[in-house]
Design a protein around this ligand. Structure first.
Ligand SMILES: [Zn+2]
Length: 501
């Protein structure tokens, strides 16, 4: 920019000597050259020194982060049972100088790793649970690592590690006195089931944050502007009276009849709900043998919609249907809440900050081997390969109704402004919760996405630490989007459902 004003200098300064004049003429000529260059090719925006330090930190720790992610990938532990995975992350955080508090919210695998003091307090979420039955080797053909065992079909091995990589990079800048405030990493277990973050939220663990960040493995790189579905999870149990099904069935009252009438009622209800509603159920208990009238039967049922208040309306109808089914069958009934999740509140101001950092970092590039791996694995799965998309997607507008799926990040987003990133860790349009995602999450395609996430989240956190106005604007948008909705944990009474074994 300063060059733009240089050509006018000679006309402002009296020309006292030839020598000076010559010098100024030369300077003028040079200035015009610079002006032309400046007009032709505007200087590309660059990451500032602190953000470059974040990138350098992630690069310095690259091998450790990959090792950590692969370790958790190998442990592949399911919800509330992530003992080794949680310990690996917490130990690494501790070794990097963060203060670790283990077993928060009465969940042994939940932890907090923190560094710094005072405000702002910036949080970052890290998940690490796997999915049952998805064990898979890091290769493009389907073959389990251990038959029947869990696998990281949602990429949470990378999620936890990538977020921690960003937190460690920020910790280093705070330690060097370049940033002021507190960085707090949340080790959040049980996302796939049992709503780990909601238990942590119920304990008030997110309340003092200025802003929170998260990311999720995906097949595109983007600052996430799409919400998720709100969901409620119930068990509906019926209790009847057993009798011989042929000899004296009139003495029996079938709990299974009630369960069937209940699900029939639910299926009739489908005609009278908004198209955005999803209801799905399974029979958990339906009797043991045909010649005994079943005295117990139970249905496990989820209701989803784009917003919490949409779910609440259907929830009331479901309760009436359960009551009616029990009346018709002449049995008792009980409805038990397992958990519920809010939809994700997006934050465009925060997403824009993230987007600009992603663009400065630039796309992820792939080797020929990685592109061939992607082609082969998609072919093996049975869908056409569309390569791997390492580009940065332009910021999207929020759709009225999100795609199917829910996350307990939604609850956090009702307590504190949340910025969410999606990063490519698998081929474009990969089938999620499948062996394809497990395989890619244990090799370089996944590793590259994870390191990209560490960099994008770390650089965005630099903005959040340094720019008070940005934090205020993000908060303002959060308050507007939240409106009058008061967050309330949708959880049963009592302690979290931690397995005893
Ligand atoms: Zn996930």
């Amino acid at each position: 920019m300063p060059f733009l004003f240089m050509p006018y200098l000679p006309f402002l300064i009296p020309l006292k000597t030839i020598c000076m004049r010559k010098f100024l003429l030369t300077l003028t000529g040079l200035s015009f050259t610079f002006l032309i260059i400046a007009q032709k090719k505007p200087a590309a925006p660059m990451l500032n020194a602190d953000k470059r330090a974040i990138i350098a930190s992630v690069q310095k720790h690259e091998n450790e982060l990959i090792e950590l992610s692969d370790k958790i990938w190998g442990y592949a532990e399911i919800a509330m049972r992530e003992k080794q995975s949680s310990k690996a992350l917490a130990d690494y955080a501790e070794a990097q100088g963060l203060k670790v508090t283990r077993g928060v919210a009465k969940i042994p695998t939940a932890f907090i790793a923190e560094y710094g003091s005072g405000r702002p307090i910036i949080g970052i979420l890290g998940e690490f649970d796997a999915l049952p039955g998805l064990s898979q080797k890091a290769q493009p053909t389907k073959e389990p690592l251990q038959a029947g065992k869990p696998g990281h079909g949602c990429g949470h091995n990378m999620f936890g590690t990538g977020s921690l990589g960003a937190a460690v990079a920020i910790k280093e800048l705070i330690a060097e006195g370049k940033l002021k405030g507190t960085i707090r990493f949340y080790g959040t277990p049980a996302e796939e089931d049992l709503a780990g973050k909601v238990w942590m939220a119920k304990d008030g663990l997110f309340n003092d944050l200025d802003v929170c960040l998260d990311w999720h493995p995906d097949s595109e790189n983007k600052a996430n502007m799409q919400s998720s579905q709100a969901v409620i999870d119930y068990s509906v149990c019926f209790k009847g009276k057993s009798a011989h099904a042929a000899a004296d069935p009139w003495n029996g009252r079938s709990a299974l009849d009630a369960a069937e009438l209940f699900t029939n009622g639910i299926n009739y209800l489908r005609e009278h709900v908004k198209p955005s509603v999803r209801i799905h159920y399974v029979f958990k208990e339906a009797g043991k043998v045909p010649n005994v009238i079943p005295d117990t039967a139970s249905v496990w049922l989820w209701i989803r919609d784009s917003k919490r208040n949409g779910v609440a309306a259907v929830e009331e109808r479901m309760k009436d249907i359960a009551k009616g089914a029990a009346l018709m069958a002449g049995v008792q009934y009980d409805i038990k809440l397992n958990s519920g999740l809010y939809e994700l509140l997006n934050n465009e101001t925060g997403a824009k900050a993230l987007q600009s950092n992603m663009e400065l970092i630039g796309p992820i590039t792939y080797t020929n081997d990685e592109l061939q791996f992607a082609d082969k694995i998609m072919k093996e799965y049975g869908v056409e390969s569309q390569g791997i998309n390492g580009n940065i997607k332009p910021l999207e507008k929020t759709k009225d109704d999100p795609e199917g799926g829910s996350t307990d990040v939604g609850d956090v987003s009702y307590l504190v402004p949340e910025i969410s990133l999606l990063a490519t860790t698998a081929p474009y349009k990969s089938p999620w919760h499948s062996w394809v995602v497990v395989a890619c999450g244990g090799m370089s395609i996944g590793h590259k996405g994870m390191l990209f996430a560490s960099k994008a989240l770390g650089t965005t956190m630099v903005d959040l630490f340094q720019n008070e106005k940005l934090r205020q604007d993000i908060r303002k948008e959060f308050e507007q989007r939240k409106g009058k909705e008061v967050w309330k944990a949708m959880l049963p009474d009592g302690p979290p459902p931690v397995p005893v074994d």
